[in-house]
Design a protein around this ligand. Structure first.
Ligand code: PLP
Length: 431
């Protein structure tokens, strides 16, 4: 490489980091390596790669050159030492929890999370004995108050799905450091263009790349990023990282890969054993999406701010949860972390209750009624009967998704057209 990618600005890295013209052909776009296997040069090389004594491609379940380019790019954008791409955001969260913990362990988690994460956590508790210790609120003190002897990690989202609350990551990271716990941040709703949790003290960052990173609502994917600075050996609680692996000639991941121990454990256990690898095609589409991420996020935030402001002034609307709005309870934290706007996913409630919320969604013309978020097109959904329907009533209250609540994901259309669509649907509701 003629330049040091780490010295380049964010938008430049979004276009260039992790990929270069193909040395074999000169192809400028990242080639899609559709191959399962890679020919070895010798028996020694094959054995070395299998034993983790040498790096190299062997079989695409564990790593693939197109997927590796995506991993390098996201690692660069997040300021991570390494990243591991997987088939979905769900599998990213699963891999993190299973790599950190074993049956009997517990972890503190924000009570307000993406519904799929909450569902996964409950299933892992009842079937595999990994106990989530949910916080009462979202302040650093709430996280500290939930920690016990059994706690092995702290988990939160940077911007909470669906209500848009911005978490004080540096405050929660200080709690994690005091208790020698790794902090895991799901950064899906912010994307690294808005928040880079590692800069605020996070140890592990996960994404659903199905959302802002790929951007167009065309591919499912996930990624795990390792900041590479947590001292795993200090407590001896993370056996996959600090104990010898008998089937790898006694390999101790933390000793052999001190800067990328967590990512390496995720790759060995997560990809080689469990197997939720990302397709090279999806990696290519996600890389392409990331090239425009900084530009898109500016427009997403500006449009969301305008639509949220319009809704808050409307007489049929009870409240709007977009923390960047002036006077919102979360405004100070939001302005500290995301002065450009708290992303483009937020909730609002209708005075007319559940009937009005459901009718508002079906009354929209331009804004699509669907469950994705963070894509170019604007979207609306009723969380209480869809994404969050599996939650118990108390959990729905904690997640701020009552029957009267609508979630919007604001896209890149001309904002006057979005407001006109919202306006005509609200106008059809009973006063
Ligand atoms: C969508 C989402 C996930 C799950 O990602 P998939 O790619 O749909 O599996 C995880 N966390 C958050 C915050 C999400 O919005």
């Amino acid at each position: 490489m003629p330049f040091d990618p780490a010295s380049l600005a964010f938008a430049t890295r979004a276009v260039h980091a992790g990929a270069a013209p193909d040395p074999a052909t000169g192809a400028r776009a990242q080639p899609i390596y559709f191959t399962n296997g890679f020919a070895f040069e010798s028996n020694e090389q094959a054995a070395d790669i299998f034993a983790m004594r040498a790096t190299g491609f062997s079989y695409s379940r564990g790593s693939n050159p197109t997927v590796a380019a995506l991993e390098r790019r996201v690692a660069s954008l997040e300021g991570a030492k390494a990243a591991v791409a997987v088939a979905s955001g769900q599998s990213a969260m699963l891999l993190v929890l299973l790599t950190l913990m074993q049956t009997g362990d517990a972890y503190v988690s924000s009570a307000r999370l993406f519904g799929g994460s909450l569902g996964l956590m409950r299933r892992l508790e009842t079937r595999y004995g990994l106990t989530p210790q949910f916080t009462r609120g979202l302040t650093p003190d709430d996280f500290e108050g939930a920690i016990t002897e059994a706690t092995r990690a702290i988990v939160c989202e940077s911007i909470v799905n669906p209500c848009g609350t911005v978490i004080d990551i540096a405050g929660v990271a200080a709690v994690a450091r005091r208790h020698n716990l790794p902090l895991v941040v799901d950064n899906t709703l912010a994307s690294p263009a808005l928040i880079r949790p590692i800069e605020h003290g996070a140890d592990i960052v996960v994404h659903s790349t199905s959302k802002f990173l790929s951007g167009s609502g065309t591919v499912i994917g996930g990624i795990v990023c390792d900041a590479g600075r947590f001292d795993w050996a200090a407590t001896g609680r993370y056996s996959l990282i600090t104990d010898p692996w008998p089937d790898y000639d006694g390999l101790v991941v933390a000793e052999r890969f001190p800067e990328t121990s967590f990512a390496t454990a995720c790759r060995l256990f997560g990809l080689r054993d469990l197997g939720p690898g990302l397709s090279p095609m999806n990696a290519f589409l996600t890389l392409t999406g990331i090239e425009t991420l900084p530009l898109r996020m500016e427009r997403h935030c500006a449009n969301a701010m305008a639509v949220a402001g319009y809704l808050r002034a409307h007489p049929k609307v009870a409240w709007v949860s977009y923390p960047s709005l002036p006077g919102h309870p979360g405004e100070a934290v939001a302005n500290a972390y995301v002065p450009q706007g708290a992303g483009s996913i937020f909730t609002f409630a209708l005075k007319g209750g559940e009937r009005a919320a459901l009718d508002f969604i079906t009354g929209l013309d331009l804004i699509s009624h669907l469950v994705n978020i963070g894509e170019i097109k604007s979207l609306a959904i009723h969380p209480a009967t869809t994404t969050h329907r599996q939650l118990r009533e108390a959990e729905k209250v904690a997640a701020c998704v009552g029957p009267d609540t609508v979630r919007l994901s604001i896209g890149l259309e001309t904002v006057e057209d979005l407001i006109a669509d919202v306006e005509q649907s609200l106008a059809k509701l009973a006063a």
